[in-house]
Design a protein around this ligand. Sequence first.
Ligand code: BDR
Ligand code: CA
Length: 306
Amino acid sequence: MSKRPIIIDTDPGIDDALAIAIALFSEELDVKLITTVAGNVGIDLVTHNALRLLKYFEREDIPVAKGAGSPLIREFEDASNVHGKTGMEGFDFEEPTQTVIKENAVDAMRNTILNSDEKITLVPIGPLTNIALLLKTYPEVKENIEEIVLMGGSASRGNKGVMSEFNIASDPEAAYMVFHSGVKLTMVGLDVGLNALVLPEDSEAIKDMNKTGKMAYCLFKKYRGGSFNTGLKMYDSSAIAYLLRPDMFEVQETYIDVELAGSMTAGCTLVDLRGYLGKENNATACLGIDADAFRKWFVESIKKCI
Ligand code: BDR
Ligand code: CA
């Protein structure tokens, strides 16, 4: 079976780190490129973190391209309260030998997509700035994109604002452009992320499994996406889970829009499950996940890592 080619656009980020690990060691995915975007922490830190991860996973053959350092219009606000000031606090990584490639994230994505014989799946697990710029600057790539499976948004409440999720609220204009791009899109949002939990017994199980498990355990002790004792939220891994195990998800085809004007709700995703807006469906919304199956899948996936 040929592996599914993907590009991960990311802002590592502790939960990003685990998503990247699982993707890299999956027999079904072929990570062609990693692009970085300012999000959990600033662009230099997230880019350094992506490189540190590839060094740790012994996959410095995968190109890393540096992306946008700020949202399209709004001011940058990080999430270092969740991931620590470096974005991956809690583990002592070796310095990478690899450096970023000379193309920026948008050009690197364009080249990778246009040069691929097979359609590429984009997996954005940070703010959507790079993806919006790509689709706007190089609309010709759309034909060779299989789909976009993104972590972000919510059909209910938020984790950055009352109603808005961090990745979408960080750059609502970019998200708006992506949801209106016409590219096949799946939203794996908080409805899933809040239930894609790792419990203490799972952390204990992976701790001595391999070097990825060891790293994860140390990062988990510092991660503030949930609590180590009652459940850590593996938001970004849930997007990878959707690629590999869609059977674990409850989904609905629907219309999704992004609020831009709301003085208190900008960056909120309107998941129009009942068709109030009378628009054609433009996305698949993931509305739930089998929490036990996810935990099992997560531990099994870490087992496949080095
Ligand atoms: C998203 O925000 C970030 O902090 C996480 O890495 C994840 O991508 C969850 O809202
Ligand atoms: Ca992320």
